[in-house]
Design a protein around this ligand. Structure first.
Ligand SMILES: [Zn+2]
Length: 265
């Protein structure tokens, strides 16, 4: 049963292009390691059109049943992100492919990266579809309202564990580059499957990524390579224009919550 779920997950990797055929056996072995298994018998059944949420659910149930993790949403999210990382290319491979696609067009580059960010389950498609969205008319005009349901509610066990967890300054915040590949904790989300595209704006190093919570279509975030407080100043405009020169199909706005966010026109 668990072997079937492993085969399905690898099949998902091959179907989405996260895993190259040459990496199939390697990928199986990475998954075995995460599941603390030291052997594998390949099931005969062939799978196609694999349902990711269902397959991860089977593997998570197995891990809970074996006592590898506690059965609660926070531990399950940490663990399935680790499983997904078994399918993931290294950051350098993603960056290389991104700029190769960019030679065709900036749209091709962001289309590749957005698909990757979803296929990797960094953006959990099956949760985003549950978000509630509607337009309501007000005396000031139409107002778009969204209720985000993709951030899981914490369960009491995880809240208790997070209280006891030592306060950590690493990564310094949710939008620092040190999140790339970070396994997370009860008080910090897992980012094993997260990949960042380094870009240069205003002659300095910045990071480009999508928001895992998708408040807007292709909602992306541009953040400073250094953990520094955000300021709105003359240079902000240089940075904004540098970004839209690189990605003319996106628009960008400075925000206080996130360093800045962007979405396609
Ligand atoms: Zn930071």
């Amino acid at each position: 049963m668990v072997y079937e779920a492993i085969k399905k997950l690898v099949c998902y990797g091959l179907e989405t292009g996260l895993v190259e055929p040459e990496d199939r056996i390697y990928t199986v072995n990475q998954i075995l390691d995460v599941l603390k298994l030291d052997e594998y018998e390949e099931p005969e059944e062939e799978f196609s059109g694999v349902n990711l949420e269902e397959t991860l659910g089977e593997l998570l149930d197995y891990a809970c049943g074996q006592g590898i993790i506690e059965d609660s949403i926070v531990y399950r999210d940490l663990f399935d992100t680790r499983l997904m990382n078994c399918l993931m290319p290294r950051p350098s491979q993603v960056i290389k492919k991104f700029w190769e696609e960019y030679k065709t067009s900036p749209e091709a580059a962001t289309a590749y990266y957005y698909k990757l960010s979803q296929d990797s389950d960094y953006i959990r498609r099956y949760r985003i579809v549950k978000d509630m969205k509607w337009v309501t008319s007000t005396e000031y005009g139409d107002l778009d309202i969204t209720v985000n349901l993709s951030k899981p509610e914490k369960d009491p066990k995880a809240i208790a564990a997070a209280k006891l967890a030592k306060q950590s300054g690493y990564p310094k915040c949710l939008l620092c580059r040190e999140n790339e590949g970070y396994a997370g904790r009860t008080n910090h989300p897992a980012r094993n499957n997260h990949r960042i595209i380094p870009i240069t704006v205003n002659d300095s190093a910045w990071g480009f990524q999508y928001s895992p919570y998708v408040y807007y279509n292709e909602h992306c975030i541009v953040f400073n390579g250094q953990h520094t407080p955000m300021k709105i100043e003359k240079n902000t405009f240089v940075k904004l224009f540098d970004f839209v020169k690189l990605f003319p199909h996106y628009f960008l706005a400075p925000t206080r919550i996130f360093p800045s966010w962007a979405a396609p026109f």
